[in-house]
Design a protein around this ligand. Structure first.
Ligand code: BES
Ligand code: MN
Ligand code: ZN
Length: 499
């Protein structure tokens, strides 16, 4: 896609359509909107007088008009931007995505967007490009017919002022972020017969080569040598061997504090049948996305490789298939993790925490001082927060606050749940150090987190339970249904701020 930024002559952009953000209750009585209103013969004033378009976010209105001789555009799309006061950069991504999806449907290939933010123009450009690119993701990869292949080929962003080079760079950053989100979503969307642990590792390796990251894949014998009995217990029932994916980004010149290393750790269960504690048939197909946390790590690392921040980042994915084969782990088995702790496995469907246990131990052994893990860990988080907030828990309030703050900036919601000694009591085992489930159904998301905490030594740690937010059951005006690439943008912001 061609991405371009302009600072004047919006109406004369060389595109088929103009898209314009309109605020709630905004009247085209002066300035920018008035000029457009005149251009299209007063239709903006007319529609604003009706109930059809109020500038609420989600509102759209579409007009055809005679080009005025200067520009070639003959279509205008108004997009509601909601309250002017709360309008921020991340909303520009939604707005740009909404415009792109709307115009693609009409077979339009090029458009210019007036996002109308008074904030930083480069920020607006990054978000607009992210939104337009991310809005192109479709679920139809495996359709042989009836594909949605209508694409925008030229996107022009209009901002009031800004340095041309800065804006160009900002658009490129947005393109990298949008492409990396779509890369994440493609991984999450793959069927589990295609994307087993070996394939997930291959995709990570190929990506690493393309963007210049170091990549190391540990096989099961290496994992055994490292004593990863907890992770390997999950893989036992599967014909597919587990793969432990390690991605490393090291900047040429680091500006971070010496010795500081951020690790992103993802649950990569390529399919979760539940194992011997097998899941009911209904809805089991959704468990192909049980590797979304891992996909987020790989996609975020892709963006990091291309954006080249000045701090090092370690990316780790425990890629494992949870199947009930004859060699599978049984409820009541006891295994030893790589930090020496023994775990009584009472439910083989609580497998995410088992693979993350060895993954966070590895991260810390590699020098990680801050660890953020991402996992579709518990059904309980869907009951608690639905699909609107990702749960965040951890041992360091500053890190948690930073994640919540970065999320706000990027339009992703995180909500903190507590942890603590009283909760940790629930996973004490009678015959091993700990067990992998609590007593009953109480505080399921917290129990999952405190289990992982048992494997953190000194690092600052935050856990993101994305079971409710990694997949969207319905399409939105700015994105298709399916995998959401949740947390990619927030994590990139976190990395950016650690520079
Ligand atoms: N992958 C599931 C959690 C999940 C459920 C993700 C629904 C997305 C949608 C996880 O491995 C799991 O099975 N968790 C169990 C834990 C329980 C056995 C303690 C759960 O949440 O029921
Ligand atoms: Mn499970
Ligand atoms: Zn799972």
């Amino acid at each position: 896609m061609k991405l371009q930024a302009i600072t004047d002559n919006f109406q004369e952009a060389n595109v088929e359509a103009l898209a314009v953000a309109v605020f709630k209750d905004e009247k085209p009585s002066s300035g920018f909107l008035k000029e457009l209103d005149t251009l299209i013969g007063g239709h903006i004033s007319s529609i604003i007088k009706t109930d059809e378009f109020k500038g609420e976010s989600g509102d759209t209105a579409y007009f055809l008009f005679e080009p005025n001789g200067k520009g070639k555009a003959s279509r205008l799309l108004l997009i509601g931007a909601g309250d002017r006061e709360s309008y921020n950069a991340s909303e520009i991504a939604v707005l740009a995505g909404t415009a792109a999806r709307n115009l693609r449907k009409r077979n339009i290939k090029s458009f210019a967007l007036a996002a109308r933010s008074d904030g930083d123009a480069a920020d607006a450009a990054t978000n607009a490009a992210t939104g337009v690119i991310a809005s192109h993701f479709e679920l139809d990869k495996y359709k042989t017919d009836d594909k949605n292949d209508k694409k925008i080929d030229t996107f022009v962003l209009y901002v009031e002022s800004g340095d041309a080079k800065d804006l160009k760079d900002a658009l490129t950053r947005g393109e990298i972020i949008g492409d990396s989100m779509n890369f994440t979503r493609d991984l999450a969307n793959e069927p589990p017969n295609v994307l087993h642990p070996t394939e997930m590792a291959k995709r990570a390796e190929k990506m690493a080569k393309e963007v210049g990251l170091k990549c190391e894949i540990l096989d099961e014998s290496k994992m055994e040598k490292l004593g990863m009995g907890s992770l390997l217990s999950v893989s036992k029932g599967s014909a597919q061997p587990a793969k432990f994916i390690v991605l490393r980004y090291e900047p040429k010149k680091s500006t971070g504090k010496k010795g500081e290393l951020l690790a992103l750790v993802g649950k990569g269960i390529t399919f979760d049948t539940g194992g011997i504690s097998i899941k009911p048939a209904e809805g089991m197909d959704a468990m192909k996305y049980d590797m979304s946390g891992g996909a987020t790590v790989i996609g975020t690392m892709r963006a990091i490789g291309l954006l080249k921040p000045t701090v090092p980042v370690l990316g780790i994915v425990a890629a494992v298939e949870n199947m009930p084969g004859s060699a599978a782990t049984r409820p009541s088995d006891i295994v030893t993790a790589s930090n020496g702790k023994t775990v009584e496995i009472l439910n083989t469907d609580a497998e995410g925490r088992l693979v993350l246990a060895d993954a966070v131990v590895y991260a810390e052994k590699q020098g990680a001082t801050r660890i953020v893990d991402m996992a579709t860990l518990t059904g309980a988080v869907i009951i608690a927060l639905g699909d609107l907030n990702t749960a965040v828990l951890g041992n360091d309030q500053d890190l948690i606050n930073e994640i919540i703050e970065c999320g706000k900036e990027m339009g992703e919601n995180f909500w903190q749940l507590p942890i603590g000694k009283e909760y940790s009591k629930a996973i004490k085992s009678d015959i091993a150090d700990i067990k992998n489930i609590g007593g009953g159904r109480k505080a399921g998301t917290i129990i999952g987190a405190v289990f992982i905490q048992e494997f953190i030594k000194d690092a600052k740690w935050a856990h993101l339970d994305i079971a409710g937010t990694a997949w969207s059951d319905d399409a939105k005006p700015h994105r298709s249904k399916g995998p959401t690439a949740v947390a990619v943008r927030t994590l990139l912001k976190l990395v950016e701020k650690s520079q």
